[in-house]
Design a protein around this ligand. Sequence first.
Ligand code: SOE
Length: 382
Amino acid sequence: MKRKLRVAQIGCGFMGRAHANAYHQVTGAFDPPIEPSLEVICATDAARAQAFARRWGFASHSTSWREVVARDDIDLVDICVPNNLHAEIALAAAESGKAILCEKPLAMNVAQGREMVAAVEKAGVASLVSFNYRRVPAVTLAKQLIDEGRLGRVFHYRAQFLQDWTISPDLPQGGSAAWRLDASVAGSGVTGDLLAHCIDTALWQNGPITRVNAMTETFIKQRMHAVTGCEEPVRIDDACVFFCRFENGSLGNFESTRYARGHKALFTFEINGEHASIRWDLHDLHRLEWSDHGDEGAVRGWRSIHVTDGSGDHPYMDHWWVPGLAVGYGATFVHQLSDFLSAIHEGRSCSPTFREALETQKVCEAVLQSADAGQWVDIDTA
Ligand code: SOE
């Protein structure tokens, strides 16, 4: 009999579904050494929590995360709630000795993030932040190719995350549907929500960022607040572009917006090295574009690798279908859970831990400071 990891999931919105789906799929697809057991789902609305429990197979439901986190029969607390609650729940979970899986971004700001890191390290509990795109097989393959030194010296790293869902001035801010537009709940706009993904991937693939120079804009300055019913100033960044320097000498160039009409979730990155370049696009997530200067001149050019071949060393794909058949967004959460379960079983850490995710938080904060001040800001590496 395998050991069970008794899970309390807090939050049953869109991210809650992605996590619940992963708990179901991981056992069949990955045969992890310990198996999740869905003990309790927690949400503020009892009827919603109950319906979610029934649908996704949680043994019980609750409206009190404090009670849930304190329970003796829980091993893992999974935080899928808006950003302003991450720290409080994580601190309580660490104190009661639970492993923690936390949605991104880690926290509202660096100060909170530091407290969370201190809490999990003091308690000696496992932590993982859900930067799920690292575990798209094509993105993991890109990391492997970089680590093998195939790019040589890196000159440029550029990334974008473009969406278009907030263009309408009629969209409210706040409430369960639009909390990402409310700075008091989200912390920031596209910087913490979307660029955080790009930054996490970049730090992982290309090493530390040392300084940033940013520009942000809030295109719609006032929106109705769904909770107060009043027109209120919008305090999130609707768009952000920044330049940066990496410690390895390469130059970075990042852009994110929710005002790019036609783009739904266009996360892209491109890395140009001395010997080769790589690019990737979330809208075509199973492909990795690769251009290798070492190829024979006559056939040199961009090739498009269909990253679906488990027998051909494509990460994670040996657990899925036969070569040529792709997996999608949902699988990234299955992969991260599988990695986390194995790490917990073996007493290893699983990246990105709270400490690693704090580095992304630092870059986000420096980006916002730079945009406010209109000048370069150094990243605090302490
Ligand atoms: C925002 O629209 C959002 O749902 C992000 O919060 C997710 O992290 C991203 O993966 C997709 O877009």
